[in-house]
Design a protein around this ligand. Structure first.
Ligand code: PLP
Length: 315
């Protein structure tokens, strides 16, 4: 994590200094988690910094906000401009980008009726979330004693701040017990997802993952990886997965903006894929990292190149 390198933040329509981007302690979101956010990565490519799946992230940002009655007072073009501006002003060649929309300060009634809607965009360089070694060798996960909340309790397809308390409980427990990440089961006892990643297993050449019926966030990386796996010639199956499926899998991996494509090499002491990164996982990773670097023609439309000052003057 390197916040130190981030000098500029976008807040409610203007670029301000990182140290000035503060909020009042009476903000509704601070008390009740009443905000929504996105996480996207901007990668260095031959055409300059490019944001991976920007459109999909913006769509999900509006959709999450809609669920909680947060009316984002900016058009998608204004948001895209703002995101580009944050990356440019910070002079990042690659970074993680975090738009956040939340109820600000006015009242602390649970109903946020009169609270202003605040929008901020941060960016900072962020190394592989589960470690560079994790990307290559795989991570050790544990099944969490905490269940993933059911989609009838809160919409798991929305990326909302307060919803992450469930993930925080799970990942703190996992790390305290010496694991890299937690895997949450859902109310039905099926596998749901990691604290911040979707789950895939590979069995007999088939690539399997679950969907919103299992109370997961519908990951944008998940979607890209399903397409890559298909294009690599694998049958991609969407269905509920059990712990037995995982333990008997040939390979398993996580996907997520932060975690990218991270192999799972162990679940509670039981080795997956002999405790190594599986071959199919490695192939998917290879294509994924090539795509985000702009080296795969067929996935070029997944990248939004950040406009540079010269191009802007010609707009
Ligand atoms: C709970 C959860 N599941 C899955 C994901 C993966 O989603 P995406 O690939 O859109 O980043 C994330 C990360 O955003 C997450 O927080």
């Amino acid at each position: 994590m390197s916040f130190e390198q981030s000098k500029w933040v976008w807040r409610n329509g203007e670029i301000i200094r990182w140290e000035d981007a503060t909020t009042h302690v009476s903000a509704h979101a601070l008390h009740y988690g009443s905000g929504v956010f996105e996480g996207m990565r901007c990668y260095a490519t031959g055409d300059g910094p490019a944001i991976f799946r920007l459109d999909a992230h913006i769509d999900r940002f509006y959709a999450s906000a809609g669920v909680y009655g947060l009316e984002i007072p900016y058009s998608r073009f204004e948001l895209i401009d703002a995101i580009e501006e944050v990356i440019r002003r910070n002079e990042f060649a690659s970074c993680y980008v975090r738009p956040l929309c939340y109820f600000g300060s006015s009242s602390l009634a649970v109903h946020p009726a009169k609270c202003p809607v605040e929008v901020v965009i941060l960016a900072w360089p962020w190394a592989p979330y589960l470690g560079a070694v994790g990307l290559e060798k795989g991570v050790r996960v544990t099944v969490s004693p905490w269940k993933k909340f059911h989609s009838e309790m809160m919409p798991t397809t929305a990326k909302a701040c307060g919803q992450y308390l469930n993930s925080i409980l799970a990942v703190r427990d996992a790390v305290q017990r010496g694991y890299d990440e937690a895997l949450l089961l859902n109310q039905e006892g099926h596998l749901a997802e990691g604290s911040g990643e979707n789950l895939f297993i590979v069995r007999n050449g088939e690539v399997v993952t679950n969907d919103e019926r299992d109370s997961i966030l519908m990951g944008i990386t998940r979607d890209a990886v399903m397409r890559i796996a298909q294009d690599l010639g694998h049958r991609v199956v969407t269905r509920a997965m059990t712990l037995e499926d995982l333990l008997g899998a040939d390979e398993a991996f996580f996907t997520g903006t932060a975690a990218e494509v991270t192999p799972i090499r162990e679940v509670d002491g039981l080795l997956i894929s002999g405790g190594n990164r599986g071959h199919i996982t490695e192939n998917i990773q290879r294509v994924f990292f090539s795509a985000v670097a702009g080296r795969e023609l067929r996935y070029k439309d997944w990248l939004h190149v950040v406009a540079q000052p010269l191009e802007l003057s010609h707009r």
